[in-house]
Design a protein around this ligand. Structure first.
Ligand code: AMP
Length: 190
């Protein structure tokens, strides 16, 4: 199985690259942000609770997203592999993911981190907000908080995979196709 963690701050291009990767490698795309937005759209209790935090740019509790991922792994038993996009976002989530995959006799193949500086992220997210309609893309203060959440809670996840020898980083500024080519090169060496 190919189980890839696509890592990087909000606006790094994880969603865009995931779309190209699922096509090339026939993987199941698991984006916790998309799953949460789907819950919101369906008006579920989980969605309503999560929305309060998401609209402020704050991470939702670990147990919520771990439960969602666990369900998705169970409902995709025949998958060739998974792309984890926007998950894990804390070390506790990374530990839980390792345990979930181990219980299914598989593991993370590697992490690819897209490196983009904060100024470029601010610009990209504000631009995206014009089309995405996402409330958390529309306001510079909320964007700042999402980047701060990333730096304080999510960045340590990179060390977690470094310690396992699974961390690879790529420059996330450039054309979509050039970045995609870099990612596929890294995956080829997993
Ligand atoms: P994203 O679409 O990945 O940028 O996620 C949008 C928002 O959903 C984040 O700002 C968080 O509030 C929430 N979220 C998504 N994934 C996670 C996660 N793995 N852990 C905690 N919160 C998450």
């Amino acid at each position: 199985m190919l189980n890839l963690v696509l890592f990087g701050p909000p606006g790094a291009g994880k969603g865009t690259q995931s779309q190209k990767l699922i096509e090339k490698y026939q993987l199941v795309h698991l984006s916790t942000g998309d799953i949460l937005r789907n819950e919101i759209a369906n008006g579920t209790e989980l969605g309503l609770e999560a929305k309060k935090l998401m609209d402020q740019g704050i991470l939702v509790p670990d147990h919520v997203v771990i439960g969602m991922i666990s369900n998705k792994l169970d409902s995709n038993k025949d998958a060739k592999g998974f792309i984890f996009d926007g998950f894990p976002r804390t070390v506790a989530q990374a530990e839980a993911l390792d345990a979930l995959l181990a219980s299914k006799n598989t593991a993370i193949s590697g992490m690819v981190a897209l490196e983009v500086d904060d100024d470029e992220l601010q610009k990209r997210l504000l631009l995206r907000g014009k089309d995405s309609g996402r409330p958390d893309d529309a306001n510079p203060e909320i964007i700042r908080r999402r980047i701060d959440e990333y730096n304080s809670k999510t960045a340590p996840v990179a060390s977690f995979y470094k310690e396992q020898g699974k961390y690879h980083s790529i420059n996330g500024i450039g054309s979509i196709d050039a970045i995609f080519a870099e990612i596929t090169k890294v995956i080829g060496n997993f």
